[in-house]
Structures are given as C-alpha cells and as structure tokens.
Design a protein. Structure first.
Length: 375
C-alpha cells in the first residue's frame, strides 16, 4: 500500500459516504483498522523501510490519521443507532403508549424482620420500646454507665467524635459529642425521665470503628433493661431464656458465661446452642457448637446512683445484642456487608437460603429436631 497518511484520510472520507447500515460500518472498520490487513496497519508496516529522518514525522502523522478515523467511526455508529431508533418509533415497532413493566415489589429487610420479631416478643412481656439521639453527649454514652474519663474499657468503643458547630456551639461549652456506640444511652435517658419500675427495650443504629466480615462501622443494636424492687438474677435468666427460645427455637439451650462489663455486676455473656448443627460443630459456630449472642448482667449500683435511683431499693438487669449479627445467624449470611450491599433479588435468595453454601431450602430452625443434651 503506497498511499500517504493524507491519501488514506481522503480515501476514508469518500468510503464513509457510502455506508448505509451497521454491517457496512463494520466493513469500513475492518478495511482501515484491521490488525492483519487494514490500510492503516499496512501503512505502519512500511515505516521501517523509510529513511530515518522521515520515520518520526510519518509515524506521528499516521497516528493522527488513525485517531481521526476511530473518532469518525464512533460518531457514525452513534448517528446510525439514533436514526434506527427513530425509525422504529415512526414505524410503530415500539409503541410508547403501552403500559410499562410493573415495578418489582419490595420486601422487609432481614434486619427489620429480626428487629420487629424481637420487639414483638418483649411487648408480650410488658416492655415498652423507646429511642434516644444517635448524636449523644459523652456523659450519657460513657460516664453515666460507669465508664468515667480514662477508663480502659473506653478504648474498645472510643469512636466518631463531633464538634458542636453553628449558633448552637456556645450553648455546649466543654461538652463532648459523639455518634453513640451502643443503645445504652436509652437506658440512662429513660431512667432519668421515668420513675421505676421500668421495662424498656431500646433498638437503633450505633457506630464504632469496626470493619470486618462480621463487623461494620454502623450496625443495629437492641438493648433491654428492667428495674424493680425485687428484680433478681433468676428473673434475668428466665427472661432471656424465654426470649431466645422464641427468637430461634424451643430446643435451643441457653448458657450464661461469667464476663465483665463496667455497667453491670455480676456480668455474663449469653451463648446458645448452634441452631444449624445441633452442637455438632459447623462454620457458623466455628466448630464449637455454641454461638455467642449477647452481653448482659445485673445493673451496676453506680449506674443507678448516676440517675438518682437508690440501689438499696431498686435493682435490675440489662442486656444488649447486635441485630445485624442475629440476622446473619438466622439467615446464614457469610458477611455482614450483605445487609447493606445486596439487592432485592439476592436478599430474597438469602432469606430462602439458596445463596448460602450447604444450606437447605428452608431455614433450619423451622424444621423439627430432636433436642441435643448439653455437652
């Protein structure tokens, strides 16, 4: 091929006038840009045979021509598709007056499902549901819960602090605000607002510096507490045993393990027998046969003093758990991010168990099973 770059550009302009369809346009693309035998490819192959002083300018001009050809082909293709769409409208192939596709119906999110189920269980026990601000004062979030300044337990929850701004800033001198790290602030606000006895459930969003397959910087927590004159550890155990059997399955075994929390004394971690493997060991329970569900304990006397209650007259218990984690367990989700990233179609599949490796078509806690004895 002995045409110069300018000759190639003029030849392309003439050929571009003769195309009438996308097939013709594809033939034009192959004729000039094919890697094996395109005119521009052949012109590139001729560069080594040119005198050294001409190679640079010839190659630069050829690249410029190639760019113009590609841009022109893209413009021609867009124009051709636009004209084809207009012709379909004019010929009645596409009737814009026909009703569109109905929108896909939505669904309740797994977190919402689990939260409502929890609320319903505790409402049958006489609990009321309350809320509190997500942007909270340091006192309500930490100090009133027996977590004073420089307490080592704060290190696990120190999180997103905020500075008061705007006209309201002078109204809060010296006060520190943060995104609440637990719904325990509801406990303090409810006890300061109401006189005992109290039965309160507090669901809501909380925030911490966590980011892993099982943790998220924002997650949902639910806390409950009961305050009365004769509220014993036996009442505490009976309440949680009833709640967890209603939430999962009547055959679930509930176990209390000694633990430590600054706002409860004594404190306990509550674990349940794995509802997926009946304590045989699986990936959900990390082969232990048990799943940790919540932290809990009897309300610390100092917390009662902080809100003006006399610990000699009043006592109670409190517990808290992550709703997201319970939803993961109930629906076999491998990653907490699916709560926030999965679409409606995938979420429906998760609820049916079809996206979980090794899962059945229906959730395992809906099937009858023989109660396994404690190991």
């Amino acid at each position: 091929m002995s045409l110069t770059p300018d000759d190639l550009l003029r030849a392309f302009a003439e050929d571009a006038k003769a195309f009438h369809s996308l097939e013709d346009l594809e033939g034009l693309r192959i004729k000039y840009l094919s890697r094996k035998s395109g005119f521009l490819t052949e012109a590139m192959k001729a560069i080594p045979g040119l005198p050294p002083e001409e190679r640079k300018s010839y190659g630069a001009r050829l690249n410029d021509v190639k760019k113009q050809v590609e841009e022109r082909l893209e413009a021609l293709e867009a124009d051709l598709k636009k004209r084809a769409d207009e012709e379909r409208l004019l010929t009645g192939v596409l009737d814009v007056t026909l009703p569109g596709l109905p929108p896909e119906p939505g669904m309740l999110h797994p977190i919402t499902r689990v939260r409502r189920q929890m609320e319903e269980i505790f409402r049958t026990l006489g609990y009321s549901v309350e809320d509190a601000p997500e942007i909270e004062d340091d006192w309500y979030n930490f100090t009133a819960l027996n977590l004073p300044e420089n307490h080592p337990a704060r290190d696990e929850q120190d999180t997103f602090y905020l500075k008061p701004a705007g006209p309201a800033a002078p109204l809060h001198p010296g006060r520190r605000f943060l995104l609440r790290t637990h719904t325990s602030n509801v406990q303090i606000r409810a006890m300061k607002k109401h006189a005992p006895p109290l039965l309160v459930l507090a669901p809501g969003r909380v925030y911490r510096r966590d980011d892993s397959p099982r943790h998220s910087p924002m997650f949902h927590q639910i806390e409950g507490f009961a305050i009365d004159r004769r509220m014993s550890f036996a009442n505490f155990k009976a309440t949680l045993d009833y709640f967890l059997k209603k939430l999962f399955d009547e055959s679930v075994i509930v176990r209390f393990q000694p633990s430590y929390y600054p706002f409860t004394e004594p404190s306990a971690d509550v674990v349940v027998s794995c509802v997926f493997c009946c304590q045989k060991g699986c990936r959900v329970c990390s082969q232990t046969g048990w799943i940790e569900i919540m932290g809990s304990g009897m309300v610390h006397p100092q917390v009662l003093r902080n809100v003006g209650y006399d610990p000699a007259q009043w006592m109670g218990f409190a517990f808290g758990m992550g709703i997201d984690r319970v939803a993961m367990i109930k629906y076999g989700m491998p990653n907490i991010r699916l709560h926030f990233e999965a679409g409606v179609k995938m979420m429906r599949g998760l609820l049916r168990g079809i996206y979980c490796p090794g899962s059945a078509s229906t959730p395992p806690w809906t099937k009858p099973r023989r109660r396994s004895p404690p190991s």
